[in-house]
Design a binder for this molecule. Structure first.
Ligand code: ZN
Length: 74
C-alpha cells in the first residue's frame, strides 16, 4: 500500500481509512486486519475476524473507544 492512497471514509467523507495489522496467537502477522477512520469524530471501523466482517465495533483504544462505545450505549 502506497502512502497517501488510503480510501476515503464513506461514513464521514472527511477522514481516511487506514489499515491496522495484528498478530495471531502463533505470532504470525495479520496484515490489514482492521481499517479505522482517522477522523476523530467519526470512529468508523471495519475489521475481519474468523472470516466474518464486522463494522463499527468498539475499539479498545482511548478516545476512539469512548466515541464508539457511545453508539452502543442503551
Ligand atoms: Zn469517517
Amino acid at each position: 500500500m502506497e502512502h497517501g492512497s488510503f480510501p476515503k471514509c464513506q461514513k464521514c467523507e472527511k477522514g481516511d481509512l487506514v489499515p491496522l495489522s495484528d498478530f495471531g496467537s502463533q505470532g504470525a502477522p495479520i496484515h490489514y486486519k482492521a481499517w479505522v477512520c482517522t477522523y476523530p469524530d467519526c470512529g468508523f471501523n471495519i475489521k475481519i475476524r474468523n472470516g466474518e466482517v464486522y463494522t463499527n465495533e468498539p475499539i479498545l483504544d482511548g478516545a476512539l473507544h469512548t466515541r464508539t462505545r457511545r453508539e452502543y450505549a442503551p
